[in-house]
Design a protein around this ligand. Structure first.
Ligand SMILES: CC(C)(COP(=O)(O)OP(=O)(O)OC[C@H]1O[C@@H](n2cnc3c(N)ncnc32)[C@H](O)[C@@H]1OP(=O)(O)O)[C@@H](O)C(=O)NCCC(=O)NCCSC(=O)C(=O)O
Length: 395
């Protein structure tokens, strides 16, 4: 039993933002049928690295889905889509605005045949507004929303983040929006269209930055390894690497002074009494702390921070993170059996349910792996499926 058992999702999304959303819905129990383009499938199937001809990018964000391939420009292919759409609770797409209309699978068309449909469109800039026609990729959004002006070091070349935060953010925004719309539909029977823009979904996350900007007009600059609001809340050099130190409130700062570095006098030092004092004098503070941290290894400083109840951590590589005993114990690396690749390792679930734990029930599919199965469930017999295939409506 999973929380979204019985929720039927029709997924005509591609690459990352939409597929991430439908994967999370699938992890929570939804039945996800991914409708791939008859020609080449999801664009991410063309993104390496490849192992035995399979795109690892595709494999990592399409577990818990079935794949069918339909040519939606073909009336027969579209008719199959309509049959699936009549039975679906949710449709997710992330084409440019206008594409679903030209394919005749847009919200208004589907609502005409299924009034309860929850139809989620993710696009670069949204369904309205002056930029609606523009295609959108994560990096465009990182530049446009100001994020790149805050990442990296002040005065240096603007930096992007290490992962596609806006694509994934759009996917997660889609997940919670779809679930809210589903609850609304359970109460009223009413479906709706959800419009999410990759270039917009991250703007509401700039909370501390809005605090400064709307509060007193402060323009949020890049702060590099330091924090905009708190200090010492940053990376610090040790004898053999770096320590992430999280003294983001007064108690943790005091514990750090007394129990980690044995400098209780810093608590009375006029430069460092309050968080604001410390933030204003962060360069001096950093120099003093790093002088002390240079005497020992990250591991030993971490042990002292842990013993004192001061939040701290290492600066890991991705491999070190995945091999960390804590993430291992929390199931953050999972695996599934792929039809041609065998055992595939993949990332775990970000939430743990006590009664209905998430699970991988289905491997990331091969291209069009489930076309026959899904069409048979719609009541089509083998000769009809063969005819559709011969006519190019399905693969
Ligand atoms: C990602 C895109 C820029 C890619 O743009 P394009 O390559 O120009 O594709 P479009 O979406 O505009 O159009 C898709 C075309 O495929 C056709 N199409 C789609 N599905 C089908 C099927 N099943 N059958 C037949 N034809 C199909 C559709 O009619 C369009 O063709 P024609 O009608 O003939 O034109 C855009 O899709 C987009 O802005 N998406 C929303 C934002 C988003 O998700 N971005 C994240 C991407 S990942 C990312 O940023 C990252 O990884 O980093």
């Amino acid at each position: 039993m999973l929380p979204l058992d019985g929720l039927r999702v029709l997924d005509i999304s591609q690459i990352m933002a939409g597929p991430y959303c439908t994967m999370v819905l699938g992890d929570m129990g939804a039945e996800v049928i991914k409708v791939e383009k008859a020609k080449g499938g999801d664009d991410s199937r063309q993104m390496g690295p490849y192992v035995e001809g399979e795109s690892m990018c595709f494999v990592q964000i399409n577990r818990n889905k079935k794949s069918i391939a339909l040519n939606l420009k073909d009336p027969d292919g579209r008719e199959i889509f309509y049959q699936l759409a009549r039975e679906a609770d949710v449709i997710v797409e992330n084409y440019r605005p206008g594409v679903t209309q030209s394919l005749k699978v847009d919200f208004e068309t589907i609502r005409g045949m299924n009034p309860g449909i929850i139809y989620c469109s993710i696009s670069g800039f949204g369904q309205t507004g002056p930029y609606r026609e523009k295609g959108g990729f994560d990096l465009v959004a990182q530049g446009m929303t100001g994020l790149m002006s805050m990442t990296g070091e002040a005065g240096k070349r603007p930096m992007k983040t290490g992962i596609a935060v806006y694509d994934i953010g759009a996917g997660i925004t889609a997940v919670y929006s779809i679930l809210a719309a589903y609850i609304h539909r359970q109460k009223t029977g009413e479906g709706q269209h959800i419009d999410i823009a990759v270039a917009e979904c991250g703007l509401p996350w700039f909370t501390w930055e809005a605090a400064g900007y709307f509060g007193n007009g402060t323009q949020p600059e890049a702060t590099g390894w330091r924090h905009r609001v708190s200090a010492p809340y940053q990376s610090l050099r040790t004898a053999d690497g770096y320590l992430m130190l999280g003294c983001a409130n007064q108690r943790t700062w005091e514990r750090f002074c007394q129990d980690v570095v044995n400098r209780p006098e810093w608590m009375e030092d006029r430069r460092f009494v309050t968080n604001q004092d410390r933030r204003q004098n962060v360069e001096a503070l950093e120099a003093l702390i790093e002088e002390i941290l240079a005497a020992d290894t990250t591991e030993n400083w971490l042990a002292r921070c842990d013993a004192a109840g001061v939040p701290a951590g290492p600066v890991n590589t991705f491999e070190q993170a995945l091999q960390d005993k804590h993430y291992q114990a929390r199931g953050m690396v999972q695996s599934f059996q792929h039809p041609t690749l065998g055992k595939v390792d993949t990332l775990g679930f970000a939430s743990k349910f006590s009664s209905t734990p998430q699970e991988i029930r289905q491997s990331a599919p091969l291209f069009a792996q489930h076309t026959d199965e899904v069409l048979e469930e719609l009541g089509l017999d083998a000769s009809r499926i063969a005819a559709l295939r011969a006519g190019g409506a399905v693969v």
